[in-house]
Design a binder for this molecule. Structure first.
Ligand SMILES: NC(=O)c1ccc[n+]([C@@H]2O[C@H](COP(=O)([O-])OP(=O)(O)OC[C@H]3O[C@@H](n4cnc5c(N)ncnc54)[C@H](O)[C@@H]3O)[C@@H](O)[C@H]2O)c1
Length: 396
């Protein structure tokens, strides 16, 4: 059988994620990395050097879309830019692998999905966890009825590297990320939605900024204060910090306004429920998922194993799922497989736009719930999209 030509792809955003994605793309012979795009010339050159790439370089996305030789893009720019970047790419006829979260506002999600539908191109959301073998296996066991009807679930992520990835830059500002339940938790919320095979309808949450944040100056940079020798979050103690060549902001600066620990309860449209907790200063790395059905229970935590138990007749099974090679327990490589298949066969993706949208809406509702101390309906967030639409059409 004739092999399809490699997909000519550009990476937009050469920060930490763009560079890791670039490595995965370069390691896959079905892709040819033909362009690198970043509005910051230093990051663009840094990304090129990191990847030892001879791809064309652009600091202007419009110029790259006019002149560049690529049919697909991987969007790895900050969350608050996804709408402008993804819509421009769809309008220019490119397939889009868009990093999670889809956007930081509900309206931004709608606009991306509208541009995607109008373009007839492929959209894949960077929900790498869906591609991790053990989570895929766990999903398939639930979907095949092994625990009966899923009724409740809980998930937890203790992020010991929370301060490394989330509190030194734009991630820690509500205006750029909305909050970390959306920024990071959209992954875990998506997995819960996928496992439960149901749509969230309301959310209750509690959260706070209890360890990060503080009263330091916004100009204070890491490693330059008297406390840095004893500070667990000082980047000079952290191996492989993304880019130490630039000054890095202190996690205790005044402007930090996202929460660093959260507890969330989600109710689904079929009367079932799930909970999720996320902590950004734990000393122990832990990510776990458990689903309990009317006939059994399934769980995975710190290793490659899935534990399945059944109520009647009592029974138990353990599945060992070795990860594929590459980043995110092999998820990056398997995600690129799915994107390749979708583009070459014009097929749906495992992580599609509707999954991206509902995880954003759920996380927005959770942030609102914890900040306003009330349960929030997803309908409330959706109604606001219509309200913005009505205001816009009234203004025309
Ligand atoms: N799927 C995953 O597991 C995963 C992991 C990490 C990050 N991410 C996502 O990847 C995205 C990037 O995160 P990051 O940590 O690499 O951020 P970053 O700040 O390290 O890098 C972002 C880069 O985008 C560039 N940029 C900003 N605006 C741009 C624009 N309009 N056009 C072109 N370039 C622009 C910046 O100059 C920077 O080089 C985020 O959406 C994040 O959520 C996903």
């Amino acid at each position: 059988m004739l092999q399809p030509d490699p997909i000519r792809i550009a990476i937009i955003g050469l920060g930490s994620r763009g560079r890791f994605l670039g490595e995965a793309i370069q390691g896959d012979s079905r892709y040819r990395l033909t362009a690198l795009i970043d509005t910051d010339p230093d990051n663009l050159r840094g990304g090129r050097d990191y990847l030892h790439s001879s791809a064309a370089l652009y600091t202007s996305l419009p110029q790259a879309l006019r002149e560049g030789d690529f049919e697909a893009v991987a969007v790895a720019t900050p969350d608050f830019t996804h709408e402008a970047v993804a819509v421009a790419c769809f309008d220019a006829g490119r397939h889009v692998l868009c990093e999670k979260p889809l956007e930081i506002t509900a309206k931004g999600c709608e606009n991306i999905l509208a541009a995607w539908r109008a373009s007839g191109r492929i959209l894949l959301i960077g929900f790498v966890l869906r591609y991790v073998r053990k989570l895929r296996k766990m999903h398939d066991l639930i979907a095949s009825g092994e625990i009966g009807r899923p009724v409740m679930a809980y998930a937890n992520h203790e992020v010991p590297e929370g301060s490394r990835w989330y509190f030194h830059d734009w991630h820690a500002l509500r205006r750029c990320s909305t909050g970390l339940l959306l920024q990071k938790g959209s992954h875990d919320i998506d997995i819960l939605n996928w496992f439960m095979n149901a749509t969230p309808v309301r959310v209750a949450a509690s959260g706070g900024l209890n360890v990060m944040g503080g009263s330091e100056s916004d100009n204070l940079t890491c490693g330059r204060c008297a406390r840095s020798g004893n500070c667990p979050d000082c980047t000079t103690h952290i191996d492989h910090f993304p880019d130490l060549s630039k000054p890095i902001a202190c996690v205790h600066r005044r402007s930090v306004d996202v929460e660093d620990n959260h507890l969330v309860i989600i109710e689904y449209d079929n009367g079932t429920r799930a909970s999720y907790s996320e902590c950004h200063f734990s000393s122990y790395p832990r990510r776990s998922f458990c689903v309990i059905g009317d006939q059994g229970r399934i769980e995975t935590a710190d290793d490659n194993k899935i534990h399945l138990t059944r109520r009647f007749p009592a029974d138990r099974a353990v599945y060992d799922c070795l990860p594929a090679e590459g980043g995110h327990d092999g998820g990056d490589r398997l995600m690129l497989d799915d994107f390749f298949r979708a583009v070459t066969e014009n097929a749906p993706t495992l992580a599609d736009g509707s999954a991206g949208r509902i995880s954003v809406l759920t996380a927005i509702a959770a942030h609102r719930s914890m900040r306003e101390h009330r349960m929030v309906e997803i309908e409330e967030i959706e109604a606001e999209i219509e309200h913005v639409d009505n205001l816009q059409s009234a203004a025309v």
